[in-house]
Design a protein around this ligand. Sequence first.
Ligand code: ZN
Ligand code: ZN
Length: 362
Amino acid sequence: MSSRLERLAAVLEERDIDVFLTTSPFVMGYLKGLHEGGGERLLGLFVHRSGKHRLICPALSENQARRGGVEDVWSWRDGQDAFRLVQETAAEWGVAEGRWAIDDEVRAQHVLALQAALPGHSFVGGGLVVAALTQYKTLEEVSHLNTAGRIADEAFAEMLPQVRAGMTEREVAAILMDGMARRGGKPTFCIIAAGAFGAEPHHETDDTVLKSGDMVVIDWGCTWEGYNADSTRTISIGEPSDPEARRVYGLVYQAQKAARDLIRPGVSFQDIDRAARKVIEDAGFGEFFNHRTGHGLGLRGHEEPNVVEGNAQAVAPGHVFSIEPGIYLPGRFGVRIENIVTVTEEGHHSFNVEPPEELVVV
Ligand code: ZN
Ligand code: ZN
């Protein structure tokens, strides 16, 4: 198989783009094994449609960059104009009035400087250029994702019997993070959202004390060899105090199942989103499912393609994404259930154990 950079060059050719720029350590890591970030200093990989590529980086990063395996490195010192080097590169590569694809995570300050340095050139978003490659995982990548998922699952199973009323969200998170780290994972995040905070999908874990009767949303992840796990379970501390809690849990479970039952090559991402949404809408909770059904993941916790209305792309083997429907009742509680799956010839494979059909009460 050709190298990732050669495949990227083919995508540029196909989309009539002259140069692609990324400053993301994830993308440079994926393309070239170079996990470096320059922050406010320009450290970027420039890839020409011919496959020629050059790293322009601060002098202080040059040694690390060369170790990363890029041969063509131009460095600049603080006080010099890094974008002069970009102009010279464009001239050397014969790019005049070129079309540039800029990766999604390039800082605005760098995009603006680039635009000022290259009048007459045009600039388009480069996120989909990267996604054309990264969305199809190799067997090795799938294996890393599987391991990350197993570590996350095991840490959760170890944590569950320790959770009780009186603990804080932070204490629960610490047990889970520690469990992932002891298994060799790199913990990346942990949302513990108790009671009414569960109705905020991205609640910031804090010193809220878990009370008997609380529903608790637990969303956590780690990486293995750089590849992400991301899982969510919802449990109750004692019998749930809200009379609708069990029913809502059952609906989210059914929504997750309906979406996953549909997955097979050829079905579109939006059809999968609709399958989950239909279960929740039919039960009258549609307005309380306020996000997409899922997102792709790999080296990044969130990446294309998304399981969302409007994405008519067909799923195919190698795609990896989350299925995570939720219902969030403001001031009361929330429920979300999330597994990471990959598409197989026959259907899908989950990187996480199956969520329980009945609400787990601890
Ligand atoms: Zn998650
Ligand atoms: Zn997720």
